[in-house]
Design a binder for this molecule. Structure first.
Ligand SMILES: C[S@@+](CC[C@H](N)C(=O)[O-])C[C@H]1O[C@@H](n2cnc3c(N)ncnc32)[C@H](O)[C@@H]1O
Length: 376
């Protein structure tokens, strides 16, 4: 038992090191031991990420099909499949009459395992496509009828040498999205992966004026991501999550802490067929909330720039006390409306205007949020 356990940890250590240092052998998913360990550990976390994004899509009312039709989904770099399972199962039963899910991976062995282990029945039909991306010939044949939802999780990080070709692949697939269709792009929460994904999003935005960033950016962002202005900057999610004690123990033996979902992500869609969202100017908290002597502060994004905003404790009152409970990813009404306050990440703090209430709009998972009526 002990040996078996440490063998699993050794395999996970090698995978983890390979992911971080970008040194993994291309065939790692062909090895049964690697894919079993990946599925049990990274896959379990991936399932929760897929489920969280699915919830967010529902919370934000982004799925434009209202359960009337079968969804056509494509997942690139499916691996052991937990991410796309969490994502797709979240759309059933209310949001889709069924799902035709095309899974693409360079390893046929991992696709076959996924299909055998999951054996989705009834509303979800699975098709497997072994293909080395960004090669598109077979893939484009398979998606001739259009794509309602395209997902890609943790694939770019393994293909850094070919980012321009992956950008082309995603641009081609963007043109295949059905009206109301969307792309779910997820990469690890590290600076390198985050900046690659955010740059790719900016490139697609230049190519497609009708592209809409549904999340995480506030205010229907239409220009470059402000996190890319400074080469040391990046943007990621960190949503608290309780995992099983078995998983947290495995994490601890790897030197990881697993108490949240950490990821960089973009939800992109075509404007056509999309209902416009919140129209009031908002800010999203893109850092933890820092508490210091006499004040709390955080880095907020308005979709154009980053703002260091702080509330002095002496200005705390009934209307502003929820500032002190803000969490990374919360969206609130921009308190600067009508005020001419400076906005610079390096410059002095922008002061929360005295007497201006904190008005919450959405929680990190897109759920509507009213800071004035909600405690905690
Ligand atoms: C880190 S795993 C991610 C699996 C799953 N999407 C997730 O988030 O848990 C990356 C997967 O992409 C596949 N992959 C990597 N590069 C690929 C490429 N160029 N073409 C096709 N598949 C690729 C690997 O075989 C592996 O199964």
């Amino acid at each position: 038992m002990r040996n078996k356990k440490s063998r699993k940890v050794a395999v996970l250590e090698a995978l983890s090191r390979g992911f971080t240092q970008r040194t993994l052998d291309a065939g790692y998913m062909d090895d049964p031991e690697s894919r079993k360990a990946y599925g049990e550990y990274f896959g379990t976390v991936g399932f929760e990420k897929g489920a969280a994004i699915s919830r967010e899509i529902r919370n934000r009312n982004l799925l434009a099909f209202e359960g009337k039709k079968r969804l056509s989904m494509v997942d690139l770099g499916t691996g052991t499949g937990e991410f796309v399972r969490g994502l797709s199962e979240g759309f059933l039963p209310e949001n889709a009459a069924g799902i035709d899910l095309l899974c693409v991976d360079r390893s046929m062995a991992v696709l076959q395992d996924f299909s055998d282990l999951w054996s989705p029945s009834g509303p979800i039909r699975l098709r497997l496509l072994p293909a080395l991306l960004p090669e598109t010939k077979e893939l484009l044949k398979e998606v001739e009828g259009g794509i309602d939802l395209l997902s890609m999780a943790n694939l770019l990080a393994e293909n850094e040498a070919r980012l321009p070709e992956f950008r082309e692949l995603l641009a081609t697939l963007f043109t295949r999205l059905s009206p109301g269709g969307m792309m779910v792009l997820v990469e690890p929460a590290d600076k390198r992966s985050s900046r690659s994904l955010l740059s790719l999003g900016d490139d697609l935005m230049i190519l497609f004026p009708d592209l809409r960033v549904d999340a995480p950016c506030p205010n229907d962002r239409r220009g470059p991501c402000p996190a890319l202005d400074d080469p040391g900057d990046w943007c990621h999610e960190d949503r608290p999550m309780a995992f099983s004690s078995a998983l947290t123990r495995t994490a601890a033996s790897l030197g990881h802490v697993k108490d949240s979902l950490k990821m960089t992500y973009l939800l992109l869609s075509r404007r056509e067929g999309r209902v416009e969202g919140d129209s009031r100017p908002t800010l999203r908290l893109v850092s933890p909330l820092h508490k210091e002597k006499g004040l709390s502060w955080g880095l907020f994004c308005d979709g154009r720039s980053l703002i260091r905003l702080r509330l002095l404790n002496r200005n705390r009152d009934r209307d502003t006390k929820s500032f002190g409970r803000l969490r990374r990813g919360d969206t609130l009404i921009d308190p600067r409306i009508g005020e001419n306050l400076p906005a610079s990440p390096e410059g002095p703090f922008v002061e929360w205007p005295a007497g201006r209430p904190v008005v919450g709009v959405r929680r990190p998972d897109g759920a509507p949020w009213n800071a004035q009526t909600e405690e905690g």
